[in-house]
Design a protein around this ligand. Structure first.
Ligand SMILES: [Zn+2]
Ligand SMILES: [Zn+2]
Length: 146
């Protein structure tokens, strides 16, 4: 490979932007990178700052996400704390309300169960073998208890 501008010279560098082969004399050096011209150097610098901007942007977004996650966590914590505080302030009211509700539900369930058993008793044939057996078991139980 020879220099693009000097066909008699061996190329020792390659333009970082366009890839042209360059001799020592033609090389335009910027920090670690070698370019064929100022134009290419500008392009190269622009590309580098763009990529560093992307890296910075990603880091900024990550930070933002981190902050967002933290804020969400704090909000949840505050809601939980407020709910807990509210509960502690109204503990007796809430507890009595809850147990009241629970008692209503369980008594409803109990009466429904009783009604169901009652209906089952009524439906059962009075003279069936099953009924006699059942009563026998119940009577046995009563006898054993005494
Ligand atoms: Zn170039
Ligand atoms: Zn040259």
């Amino acid at each position: 490979m020879v220099c693009l501008n000097h066909p008699d010279r061996e190329a020792v560098y390659k333009c970082a932007a366009c890839g042209k082969p360059l001799c020592e004399e033609c090389a335009v050096v910027d920090e670690a990178d070698v370019y064929c011209s100022d134009e290419c150097m500008q392009k190269g610098i622009a590309a580098k700052s763009r990529s560093s901007y992307i890296i910075e942007d990603t880091a900024r977004n990550n930070r933002k996400r981190g902050v967002k996650g933290f804020v969400t966590f704090v909000i949840i914590l505050i809601i939980a704390a407020v709910a807990y505080y509210f509960y502690m302030q109204n503990k007796e009211k809430i507890d009595s309300h809850v147990s009241e509700k629970f008692n209503t539900v369980s008594s409803e369930a109990k009466s429904a169960k009783d009604a169901f058993i009652e209906a089952g008793h009524k439906k059962a044939p009075t003279d069936s073998k099953y009924r006699r057996q059942r009563e026998g078991i119940v009577n046995e139980g009563k006898t054993q208890k005494r």
